[in-house]
Design a binder for this molecule. Structure first.
Ligand SMILES: *[C@@H]1O[C@H](CO)[C@@H](O)[C@H](O)[C@H]1NC(C)=O
Ligand SMILES: *[C@@H]1O[C@H](CO)[C@@H](O)[C@H](O)[C@H]1NC(C)=O
Ligand SMILES: *[C@@H]1O[C@H](CO)[C@@H](O)[C@H](O)[C@H]1NC(C)=O
Ligand SMILES: [Cu+2]
Length: 174
């Protein structure tokens, strides 16, 4: 009896791990500025503009602002207007513990550092998050036809993996 309960727990954990692996392979973590981190960028805000231009941000991806607690912060600005003026008025949130991870939702997002004059010196980042997970932006911008995202083909396989593991372990138990 006790053995059976233990084995059930083992099977359950394996399913959870398998599901986490499948999930994890889809979301990407983007370290803001890469090795530069979240700082007052030498040369101004172009550093983060350039960084963002090389990335595709998808829903569920994570932005990691790498900074030392107390030296910087991350304000999620209310709008482009408050972002442009480096104003924390109506800010959606202010994160003060570095590094800060933010999971992305769709749409346009504005971040800046509210410490001293860091924002006006260029410590700010604006991004667009596409709604289609992991697919690259359409080169034509043609929205009349939407081909199925590449990940959809992998869905049945991803769903089948935990089930396969369960079957194997159930078979081993008998
Ligand atoms: C954050 O910055 C520190 C110091 O530069 C560095 O050692 C660390 O690897 C960085 N972390 C990430 C996730 O890039
Ligand atoms: C986001 O996309 C909109 C519409 O294409 C564009 O006007 C805006 O400049 C983009 N913002 C950023 C930060 O790239
Ligand atoms: C968008 O795609 C549709 C269907 O393929 C096509 O008929 C239309 O001409 C395209 N429009 C543009 C602006 O490319
Ligand atoms: Cu700062």
């Amino acid at each position: 009896m006790a053995i059976k309960v233990t084995m059930n727990l083992v099977v359950l954990s394996l399913v959870v791990v398998a599901a986490a692996l499948v999930q994890g392979s889809r979301a990407e973590t983007h370290v803001v500025g890469d090795t530069l981190g979240w700082v007052v960028p030498p040369g101004g805000s172009v550093a983060y503009t350039t960084w963002a231009a090389t990335k595709t941000f998808a829903v569920g991806d994570v932005l990691l602002f790498n900074y030392t607690t107390g030296e910087h912060d991350v304000v999620v600005a209310a709008s482009k207007t408050t972002y442009d003026s480096c104003s924390a008025t109506n800010a959606l949130s202010t994160e003060k513990t570095g590094p800060t991870s933010i999971t992305l939702t769709s749409g346009e997002h504005f971040y800046f550092c509210s410490v001293g004059t860091h924002c006006s010196l260029g410590q700010k980042l604006a991004i667009n998050v596409s709604t289609t997970a992991t697919s690259s932006p359409s080169p034509t911008g043609n929205t009349t036809t939407s081909p199925p995202p590449p990940s959809s083909a992998a869905q049945p396989l991803a769903a089948a993996l935990p089930l396969t593991l369960v079957s194997i372990f159930v078979a081993l138990l008998h």
